[in-house]
Design a protein around this ligand. Sequence first.
Ligand SMILES: Cc1cc2nc3c(=O)[nH]c(=O)nc-3n(C[C@H](O)[C@H](O)[C@H](O)COP(=O)(O)OP(=O)(O)OC[C@H]3O[C@@H](n4cnc5c(N)ncnc54)[C@H](O)[C@@H]3O)c2cc1C
Length: 393
Amino acid sequence: MLKTQVAIIGGGPSGVLLALLLAQEGIAVTVLERASRVHVLARIRAGVLESTTVDLLHRAGVGERLGLEGKLHRGTGIAWGHEQTYLIDSYAATQRYFTTYGQTAIQEDLYAAAEARGLTIHFDVSDIEIDGLTDNPRIRCQIGQHTHTLACDFVAGCDGFHGISRQAIPNDILKTFERTYPFGWMGVLSETKPLDDIWYVHHADGFALASMRNPKLSRYYVQCPADDRLEDWSDDRFWETLLRRFPSHLAAQIETGPSIEKSIAPLRSFVAEPMRYGALFLVGDAAHIVPPTGAKGLNLACSDVYYLWRGLTQWYQEKDPHWLDAYSPTALTRVWKTVRFSWWLTNLLHCYPDQTPFDLKTQESELASITESPAGRQWFAEQYAGYPIEDWG
Ligand SMILES: Cc1cc2nc3c(=O)[nH]c(=O)nc-3n(C[C@H](O)[C@H](O)[C@H](O)COP(=O)(O)OP(=O)(O)OC[C@H]3O[C@@H](n4cnc5c(N)ncnc54)[C@H](O)[C@@H]3O)c2cc1C
């Protein structure tokens, strides 16, 4: 039988970041990842990091390249129709920058650090089953040709929305809350120079977004019907839609080029409660999903990692369960605030299929409540820059 102290299911960003932080405290960890390393590294996802996420990556010793290549931003742009543009200076309101740096690069940095420090990450693991969560935690799984049993003290479920960890919580204990949206985001990654700032665009035909992953890699999105098919979106159709939705002075600055990745992401808000059952702790997308508007998913995963790292470290170093017991309520408080902000920003900036002129007028007045008052700008900036992490030590 294999043994470890903390078994981590899922080798995405939250799983490997947690593994590195715990290993720094001398805690034994084993990471079980269903996909291959190549597959995980090929996923194109997040790229906008709150300052606490950047700090946590530095604490884990994986901030060097991020420090060199990440781009600091003071704020973000909102464009409305073809006329109004606003740059909201969240730094002035919060004294916190945010950083653009791709999730793919973070994942590369995490794997490189894990390898350099000799951490055990098993890839291509299949048939994972979790048992004994209330008395004797065990994980059975298939690694290569062999079936193994892994004994552990705790299980961190870092296996994303489609993982199996959440299902290990009995149905009469687990509560879920969900909202799906009647649209998706058609995204294109291109090797073109990005705009200087991130721009969120409200247009009568639908939302659009200009973001970036590094100084030579742009990420653009346009709102599309939830059931659109990727094959119906040629590069030409994508660029034509994007440029039409942007105000002309910004559209003139957008460099177009061949897509190097294209995807359609559905939009969903989802929360599972509690985030702990016995020895199991859910972390990141395994417990919650937010629509990408506001770029909060990876940042929320990282605050969960912080709370769990704090709890497990206190448990192993002092045999004190205080922060472990506080994990689920503390993480969920921040999760719900962020879920609400992402839902609100999604509603502000998108066009619903059944939208009426009344809805548009209330969106316009909602925007004015942010842009026309210092208190409104402060409120928006605090949430966009990210809620503080409780007891950030
Ligand atoms: C298009 C898009 C854009 C986004 N943009 C942003 C952004 O700008 N900012 C932001 O903060 N967030 C963004 N997000 C969200 C962000 O990518 C996720 O919140 C983040 O990846 C969550 O990390 P995680 O480690 O919790 O889960 P995941 O990244 O999903 O990792 C889970 C891992 O577990 C593995 N796994 C799954 N099932 C099993 C199993 N049974 N056994 C073992 N392993 C398993 C998976 O292969 C995966 O490697 C975006 C997401 C998308 C889709």
